[in-house]
Design a protein around this ligand. Structure first.
Ligand code: F6P
Length: 358
Protein backbone atom coordinates (compact mmCIF):
# COMPACT_ATOMS: atom_id res chain seq x y z
CA UNK A 1 0.00 0.00 0.00
CA UNK A 2 1.41 3.41 -1.01
CA UNK A 3 -0.32 6.44 0.53
CA UNK A 4 0.31 10.13 -0.16
CA UNK A 5 -0.25 12.92 2.40
CA UNK A 6 -0.61 16.63 1.70
CA UNK A 7 -1.56 19.76 3.62
CA UNK A 8 -3.67 22.37 1.78
CA UNK A 9 -4.91 25.91 2.45
CA UNK A 10 -3.58 28.10 5.25
CA UNK A 11 -1.29 26.50 7.81
CA UNK A 12 -2.46 25.77 11.32
CA UNK A 13 -1.03 24.41 14.58
CA UNK A 14 -1.37 20.61 14.63
CA UNK A 15 -0.72 19.84 10.95
CA UNK A 16 2.54 18.11 11.81
CA UNK A 17 0.84 16.09 14.53
CA UNK A 18 -1.57 14.70 11.90
CA UNK A 19 1.26 13.97 9.44
CA UNK A 20 3.10 12.10 12.21
CA UNK A 21 0.03 10.13 13.31
CA UNK A 22 -0.98 9.09 9.77
CA UNK A 23 2.59 8.07 8.94
CA UNK A 24 3.22 6.08 12.13
CA UNK A 25 -0.21 4.38 12.04
CA UNK A 26 0.19 3.29 8.42
CA UNK A 27 3.76 2.09 8.92
CA UNK A 28 3.05 0.19 12.15
CA UNK A 29 -0.38 -1.02 11.07
CA UNK A 30 0.16 -2.26 7.52
CA UNK A 31 3.81 -1.53 6.72
CA UNK A 32 2.62 0.98 4.14
CA UNK A 33 4.87 3.19 2.08
CA UNK A 34 4.07 6.85 2.84
CA UNK A 35 4.92 9.83 0.65
CA UNK A 36 4.62 13.46 1.74
CA UNK A 37 3.58 15.74 -1.12
CA UNK A 38 5.03 19.23 -0.82
CA UNK A 39 3.09 22.51 -0.84
CA UNK A 40 -0.35 20.99 -1.12
CA UNK A 41 -1.81 20.22 -4.54
CA UNK A 42 1.04 22.20 -6.11
CA UNK A 43 3.39 19.28 -5.34
CA UNK A 44 1.01 16.92 -7.12
CA UNK A 45 1.33 19.12 -10.22
CA UNK A 46 5.06 19.74 -10.02
CA UNK A 47 6.09 16.28 -8.83
CA UNK A 48 7.59 17.50 -5.54
CA UNK A 49 7.39 14.92 -2.78
CA UNK A 50 9.52 13.14 -0.18
CA UNK A 51 9.35 9.77 1.57
CA UNK A 52 7.95 9.78 5.10
CA UNK A 53 9.07 7.17 7.61
CA UNK A 54 9.41 6.98 11.41
CA UNK A 55 12.63 9.00 11.37
CA UNK A 56 11.11 11.74 9.19
CA UNK A 57 8.38 12.43 11.77
CA UNK A 58 10.51 12.38 14.92
CA UNK A 59 10.17 15.59 16.92
CA UNK A 60 7.43 17.19 14.83
CA UNK A 61 4.43 16.64 17.14
CA UNK A 62 4.79 20.03 18.83
CA UNK A 63 6.05 21.94 15.78
CA UNK A 64 3.81 24.64 14.30
CA UNK A 65 3.27 25.01 10.56
CA UNK A 66 3.67 22.01 8.26
CA UNK A 67 6.90 20.22 7.40
CA UNK A 68 5.43 19.56 3.93
CA UNK A 69 4.61 23.19 3.19
CA UNK A 70 1.22 24.28 1.94
CA UNK A 71 -0.46 26.48 -0.66
CA UNK A 72 -3.75 28.33 -0.42
CA UNK A 73 -4.18 29.22 -4.09
CA UNK A 74 -3.42 25.97 -5.86
CA UNK A 75 -6.59 24.32 -7.14
CA UNK A 76 -5.68 21.94 -10.03
CA UNK A 77 -9.23 22.31 -11.35
CA UNK A 78 -8.65 26.10 -11.69
CA UNK A 79 -4.88 26.44 -11.80
CA UNK A 80 -3.79 29.99 -10.90
CA UNK A 81 -0.52 29.71 -12.86
CA UNK A 82 -2.33 28.91 -16.11
CA UNK A 83 -5.18 31.41 -16.13
CA UNK A 84 -7.58 29.16 -14.21
CA UNK A 85 -7.20 26.15 -16.57
CA UNK A 86 -8.26 22.66 -15.46
CA UNK A 87 -4.96 20.75 -15.10
CA UNK A 88 -6.36 18.04 -12.82
CA UNK A 89 -5.47 15.27 -15.33
CA UNK A 90 -1.80 16.18 -14.95
CA UNK A 91 -2.11 15.82 -11.16
CA UNK A 92 -3.89 12.49 -11.56
CA UNK A 93 -1.15 11.24 -13.87
CA UNK A 94 1.48 12.25 -11.28
CA UNK A 95 -0.38 10.27 -8.59
CA UNK A 96 -0.41 7.26 -10.95
CA UNK A 97 3.29 7.70 -11.79
CA UNK A 98 4.09 7.62 -8.08
CA UNK A 99 1.89 4.54 -7.69
CA UNK A 100 -0.31 6.13 -5.02
CA UNK A 101 -3.23 3.98 -3.85
CA UNK A 102 -4.85 6.86 -1.99
CA UNK A 103 -4.26 10.38 -0.71
CA UNK A 104 -4.82 11.76 2.78
CA UNK A 105 -5.56 15.49 2.49
CA UNK A 106 -5.44 17.72 5.55
CA UNK A 107 -7.28 20.98 4.94
CA UNK A 108 -10.35 23.18 5.18
CA UNK A 109 -13.45 23.59 3.02
CA UNK A 110 -11.52 24.62 -0.11
CA UNK A 111 -9.17 21.63 0.16
CA UNK A 112 -12.14 19.29 0.73
CA UNK A 113 -13.86 20.69 -2.38
CA UNK A 114 -10.76 19.80 -4.43
CA UNK A 115 -10.48 16.38 -2.74
CA UNK A 116 -14.11 15.66 -3.60
CA UNK A 117 -13.46 16.35 -7.30
CA UNK A 118 -10.39 14.09 -7.33
CA UNK A 119 -12.37 11.35 -5.59
CA UNK A 120 -14.98 11.63 -8.38
CA UNK A 121 -12.19 11.32 -10.96
CA UNK A 122 -11.02 8.06 -9.39
CA UNK A 123 -8.26 9.07 -6.95
CA UNK A 124 -9.26 7.65 -3.53
CA UNK A 125 -9.27 10.36 -0.83
CA UNK A 126 -9.49 10.62 2.94
CA UNK A 127 -9.90 14.10 4.47
CA UNK A 128 -8.80 15.49 7.82
CA UNK A 129 -10.42 18.78 8.93
CA UNK A 130 -8.00 21.61 9.62
CA UNK A 131 -8.71 25.24 10.34
CA UNK A 132 -8.19 27.65 13.20
CA UNK A 133 -11.59 29.08 12.21
CA UNK A 134 -13.48 25.96 13.44
CA UNK A 135 -16.02 26.65 10.69
CA UNK A 136 -16.21 23.25 8.96
CA UNK A 137 -19.66 21.67 9.08
CA UNK A 138 -20.45 18.24 10.58
CA UNK A 139 -17.49 18.21 12.97
CA UNK A 140 -17.68 19.59 16.50
CA UNK A 141 -14.08 20.80 16.25
CA UNK A 142 -11.20 21.17 13.86
CA UNK A 143 -7.69 21.05 15.28
CA UNK A 144 -5.85 24.40 15.40
CA UNK A 145 -8.86 26.21 16.85
CA UNK A 146 -7.87 25.64 20.47
CA UNK A 147 -4.37 26.99 19.78
CA UNK A 148 -5.78 30.14 18.13
CA UNK A 149 -8.17 30.67 21.05
CA UNK A 150 -5.24 30.40 23.48
CA UNK A 151 -3.44 33.20 21.61
CA UNK A 152 -6.54 35.41 21.68
CA UNK A 153 -7.08 34.77 25.41
CA UNK A 154 -3.50 35.71 26.22
CA UNK A 155 -3.71 38.82 24.02
CA UNK A 156 -6.89 39.95 25.79
CA UNK A 157 -5.27 39.37 29.19
CA UNK A 158 -2.41 41.62 28.12
CA UNK A 159 -4.65 44.25 26.52
CA UNK A 160 -6.77 44.23 29.68
CA UNK A 161 -3.99 45.36 31.99
CA UNK A 162 -3.00 48.26 29.76
CA UNK A 163 -6.66 49.17 29.11
CA UNK A 164 -7.31 49.38 32.85
CA UNK A 165 -4.13 51.40 33.47
CA UNK A 166 -5.04 54.02 30.88
CA UNK A 167 -8.83 53.88 31.08
CA UNK A 168 -9.05 53.09 27.38
CA UNK A 169 -11.26 51.19 25.02
CA UNK A 170 -9.11 48.42 23.56
CA UNK A 171 -10.27 46.53 20.46
CA UNK A 172 -8.71 43.18 19.53
CA UNK A 173 -9.49 41.85 16.04
CA UNK A 174 -9.37 38.08 15.58
CA UNK A 175 -9.31 35.87 12.49
CA UNK A 176 -12.14 33.44 11.68
CA UNK A 177 -13.33 34.44 8.19
CA UNK A 178 -17.13 34.42 8.04
CA UNK A 179 -17.63 32.65 11.38
CA UNK A 180 -17.22 34.05 14.88
CA UNK A 181 -15.95 30.97 16.74
CA UNK A 182 -12.46 32.33 17.53
CA UNK A 183 -13.78 35.70 18.71
CA UNK A 184 -16.54 34.08 20.79
CA UNK A 185 -14.46 31.47 22.59
CA UNK A 186 -11.34 33.68 22.76
CA UNK A 187 -13.42 36.60 23.98
CA UNK A 188 -15.00 34.51 26.72
CA UNK A 189 -11.61 33.10 27.76
CA UNK A 190 -10.07 36.59 27.83
CA UNK A 191 -12.94 38.31 29.70
CA UNK A 192 -13.96 40.60 26.83
CA UNK A 193 -16.69 43.09 27.68
CA UNK A 194 -18.06 43.13 24.13
CA UNK A 195 -17.81 40.37 21.50
CA UNK A 196 -18.74 41.22 17.92
CA UNK A 197 -19.36 38.36 15.49
CA UNK A 198 -20.05 38.08 11.75
CA UNK A 199 -23.31 36.31 12.59
CA UNK A 200 -24.69 39.32 14.50
CA UNK A 201 -24.32 42.68 12.66
CA UNK A 202 -23.57 45.34 15.27
CA UNK A 203 -24.90 48.85 15.93
CA UNK A 204 -22.01 51.35 16.26
CA UNK A 205 -24.10 53.75 18.38
CA UNK A 206 -25.09 50.93 20.74
CA UNK A 207 -21.43 49.87 21.10
CA UNK A 208 -20.45 53.50 21.79
CA UNK A 209 -23.18 53.86 24.44
CA UNK A 210 -22.00 50.63 26.06
CA UNK A 211 -18.38 51.89 26.18
CA UNK A 212 -19.47 55.29 27.57
CA UNK A 213 -21.49 53.62 30.33
CA UNK A 214 -18.54 51.41 31.24
CA UNK A 215 -16.25 54.44 31.22
CA UNK A 216 -18.33 55.95 33.98
CA UNK A 217 -18.44 52.70 35.99
CA UNK A 218 -15.49 50.39 35.24
CA UNK A 219 -13.29 52.92 33.44
CA UNK A 220 -12.24 50.72 30.50
CA UNK A 221 -13.67 48.38 27.85
CA UNK A 222 -12.24 45.36 26.02
CA UNK A 223 -13.87 44.59 22.67
CA UNK A 224 -13.11 41.34 20.85
CA UNK A 225 -14.20 41.61 17.22
CA UNK A 226 -14.05 38.93 14.52
CA UNK A 227 -12.52 39.97 11.19
CA UNK A 228 -15.79 39.06 9.43
CA UNK A 229 -17.97 41.17 11.76
CA UNK A 230 -19.65 44.24 10.30
CA UNK A 231 -22.02 47.00 11.29
CA UNK A 232 -25.66 46.53 10.32
CA UNK A 233 -26.02 47.72 6.74
CA UNK A 234 -22.24 47.89 6.17
CA UNK A 235 -20.19 45.42 4.14
CA UNK A 236 -17.22 43.27 5.13
CA UNK A 237 -13.86 44.99 5.68
CA UNK A 238 -11.64 43.49 2.99
CA UNK A 239 -7.85 43.88 3.18
CA UNK A 240 -7.08 42.39 -0.24
CA UNK A 241 -8.69 40.51 -3.10
CA UNK A 242 -6.79 37.66 -4.73
CA UNK A 243 -8.85 36.93 -7.81
CA UNK A 244 -7.09 33.63 -8.60
CA UNK A 245 -7.56 32.19 -5.10
CA UNK A 246 -10.31 29.66 -4.23
CA UNK A 247 -11.32 32.13 -1.47
CA UNK A 248 -10.53 35.52 -3.08
CA UNK A 249 -11.34 37.79 -0.11
CA UNK A 250 -8.69 38.44 2.53
CA UNK A 251 -10.52 39.99 5.47
CA UNK A 252 -8.95 42.36 7.99
CA UNK A 253 -9.21 45.87 9.35
CA UNK A 254 -12.67 45.99 10.91
CA UNK A 255 -11.10 46.60 14.35
CA UNK A 256 -9.40 49.76 13.09
CA UNK A 257 -12.62 50.74 11.31
CA UNK A 258 -14.59 50.37 14.54
CA UNK A 259 -11.98 52.40 16.46
CA UNK A 260 -12.37 55.24 13.94
CA UNK A 261 -16.16 55.09 14.34
CA UNK A 262 -16.09 55.02 18.15
CA UNK A 263 -13.41 57.65 18.75
CA UNK A 264 -15.51 60.74 17.85
CA UNK A 265 -18.37 59.35 19.95
CA UNK A 266 -16.29 58.84 23.12
CA UNK A 267 -14.16 60.95 25.44
CA UNK A 268 -11.75 58.13 26.21
CA UNK A 269 -9.02 56.95 23.83
CA UNK A 270 -9.82 54.01 21.57
CA UNK A 271 -7.06 51.72 20.27
CA UNK A 272 -7.23 48.72 17.95
CA UNK A 273 -4.89 45.71 17.76
CA UNK A 274 -4.95 43.30 14.81
CA UNK A 275 -3.92 39.89 16.13
CA UNK A 276 -3.44 38.50 12.62
CA UNK A 277 -1.21 35.54 11.86
CA UNK A 278 0.14 35.15 15.40
CA UNK A 279 -3.13 33.21 15.90
CA UNK A 280 -2.04 30.67 13.29
CA UNK A 281 1.64 30.29 14.11
CA UNK A 282 3.57 28.47 16.79
CA UNK A 283 3.20 25.24 18.70
CA UNK A 284 -0.22 23.56 19.06
CA UNK A 285 -1.79 23.39 22.53
CA UNK A 286 -1.83 19.95 24.21
CA UNK A 287 -5.55 19.68 23.30
CA UNK A 288 -4.77 20.26 19.61
CA UNK A 289 -1.81 17.85 19.68
CA UNK A 290 -4.08 15.10 20.98
CA UNK A 291 -7.01 15.95 18.67
CA UNK A 292 -4.73 16.10 15.63
CA UNK A 293 -3.15 12.79 16.62
CA UNK A 294 -6.57 11.16 17.03
CA UNK A 295 -7.67 12.52 13.63
CA UNK A 296 -4.50 11.14 12.01
CA UNK A 297 -4.98 7.70 13.55
CA UNK A 298 -8.62 7.67 12.42
CA UNK A 299 -7.67 8.74 8.89
CA UNK A 300 -5.21 5.83 8.71
CA UNK A 301 -7.97 3.47 9.88
CA UNK A 302 -10.24 4.72 7.08
CA UNK A 303 -7.44 4.12 4.56
CA UNK A 304 -6.86 0.59 5.88
CA UNK A 305 -10.60 -0.15 5.76
CA UNK A 306 -10.84 1.17 2.18
CA UNK A 307 -13.39 3.79 3.26
CA UNK A 308 -12.53 6.52 0.78
CA UNK A 309 -14.26 9.79 -0.07
CA UNK A 310 -14.73 10.43 3.65
CA UNK A 311 -13.51 13.09 6.08
CA UNK A 312 -12.72 12.46 9.74
CA UNK A 313 -14.96 14.36 12.18
CA UNK A 314 -15.30 14.75 15.94
CA UNK A 315 -18.75 13.93 17.32
CA UNK A 316 -18.83 14.54 21.05
CA UNK A 317 -15.92 12.50 22.42
CA UNK A 318 -15.61 10.20 19.40
CA UNK A 319 -13.96 10.28 16.00
CA UNK A 320 -16.26 9.35 13.12
CA UNK A 321 -16.39 10.18 9.42
CA UNK A 322 -18.74 11.79 6.89
CA UNK A 323 -18.71 11.93 3.07
CA UNK A 324 -16.33 14.66 1.86
CA UNK A 325 -19.10 15.66 -0.57
CA UNK A 326 -21.15 16.88 2.39
CA UNK A 327 -18.35 19.23 3.52
CA UNK A 328 -17.08 20.64 0.23
CA UNK A 329 -17.52 24.40 -0.05
CA UNK A 330 -19.71 24.75 3.08
CA UNK A 331 -19.04 26.51 6.35
CA UNK A 332 -20.54 26.57 9.84
CA UNK A 333 -21.61 29.84 11.43
CA UNK A 334 -22.21 30.25 15.17
CA UNK A 335 -25.90 29.42 15.70
CA UNK A 336 -28.09 31.88 17.65
CA UNK A 337 -28.77 29.31 20.37
CA UNK A 338 -25.17 28.12 20.83
CA UNK A 339 -24.42 27.53 24.55
CA UNK A 340 -21.37 29.85 24.47
CA UNK A 341 -23.48 32.66 23.01
CA UNK A 342 -26.11 32.09 25.69
CA UNK A 343 -23.39 32.09 28.35
CA UNK A 344 -22.06 35.39 27.00
CA UNK A 345 -25.57 36.85 27.11
CA UNK A 346 -25.99 35.56 30.65
CA UNK A 347 -22.80 37.36 31.69
CA UNK A 348 -24.06 40.64 30.22
CA UNK A 349 -21.41 40.70 27.49
CA UNK A 350 -22.33 43.17 24.75
CA UNK A 351 -23.00 41.24 21.56
CA UNK A 352 -23.44 44.13 19.18
CA UNK A 353 -26.90 45.56 19.82
CA UNK A 354 -28.79 47.19 22.66
CA UNK A 355 -30.62 43.93 23.42
CA UNK A 356 -27.68 42.53 25.40
CA UNK A 357 -26.29 45.81 26.74
CA UNK A 358 -25.76 45.84 30.48
O1 F6P B 1 -8.84 30.19 7.30
C1 F6P B 1 -7.80 30.49 8.16
C2 F6P B 1 -7.43 31.94 8.08
O2 F6P B 1 -6.39 32.18 8.99
C3 F6P B 1 -8.60 32.90 8.30
O3 F6P B 1 -8.94 33.05 9.65
C4 F6P B 1 -8.07 34.16 7.66
O4 F6P B 1 -9.11 34.99 7.21
C5 F6P B 1 -7.30 33.62 6.49
O5 F6P B 1 -6.95 32.28 6.79
C6 F6P B 1 -6.05 34.41 6.20
O6 F6P B 1 -5.45 33.89 5.08
P1 F6P B 1 -4.04 34.42 4.54
O7 F6P B 1 -2.97 33.78 5.39
O8 F6P B 1 -4.00 33.95 3.14
O9 F6P B 1 -4.04 35.90 4.69
Amino acid sequence: MHIGILTGGGDCPGLNAVIRAVTLSLIHGVDARVTGIERGFLGLLTGRARPLDSDAVIGILAQGGTILGTHNRCDPFHYFAQGGADVSDRALQQARDWGLDALVVIGGDGTMAIAHQFQQKGLPMVGVPKTIDNDLPLTDRSFGFDSAVAVVAEALDRLGTTARSHGRVMIAETMGRYAGWIALEGGLAGAADAILLPERPFDVDAVARFCAARQAREGFTIICIAEGAHAAGAGLTVRATLADSPDPLRLGGVGAWLAAQLQPRLETEVRATLLGHVQRGGSPTPYDRVLATRFGVHAAQLVRAGEFGRMVVLRGEDCASVPIAEIAGRNRPVPDDHPLLLAAQGLGIMLGTTATQR
